[in-house]
Design a protein around this ligand. Sequence first.
Ligand code: CTP
Ligand code: MG
Length: 228
Amino acid sequence: MTTSIIPAAGRGTRLNSSLPKALIPVVGKPMIVWTVEAFERTPIVDKLVLVAPNEFISKFEQLSRENQWQKVAAIVAGGSDRQQSVWNGLQAMPDETDWVIVHDAARPLVKPSLIVAVWEAANEIGTGAIAALPCSDTVKRSLDGVLISETLDREQIWLAQTPQVFSVDLLIEAHEQAIKEGYSATDDAMLVERLGIPLRLVMGDPTNIKITHPIDLLLAEAIIACEL
Ligand code: CTP
Ligand code: MG
């Protein structure tokens, strides 16, 4: 069984919005509705665990009823950071889960074909896989934010997206290890990489943008207008 965890408990500080980010409308529908619909339409996804801001759990339940989502197994409260939110989601997964897909609610334009491609790569390698894009900018490292320390080899740089797919035991072990060591990461692959486990890169999709700043909402609307 494959279960998707959708961390959606962020506040959206960089969007300067009073609503939590996942509930902000994108072309008339809350962001979380776009995201969940993509997973509802993806055949290899059996169940969904939604991680919501604590005081918006009933709002998420209402959306699930209204939209007649078939796969939602649980809606749980998030934690103080993304990693804690994913951990809360892991606790609520159905016991039969073999593969976990973690996908940010903040990437509402994800396509079912990308979800399937990452899942297939994870199954092939047996550990896990993530969507990522080759970097098109020249990348500088700076130790102090003022002077350039070095230029990294762009050919070796990939920008991580979600979905990220892992075998369930591996992802749980990676989170447990991170908790034990007080380590925090900005995606789940980082936690698994630390265990020395190989993970596959799968070519991501430039339209699978993460809504972070106000301009990303405009970009999302433009992408939707082009694809409709
Ligand atoms: N997230 C979460 N729980 C948190 C923080 C983030 O579930 N405590 C989720 C967000 O809802 C989002 C994803 O993790 O789907 C990526 O986070 P990000 O883009 O940083 O969203 P926010 O944390 O909401 O935005 P900001 O950092 O600007 O406040
Ligand atoms: Mg954040």
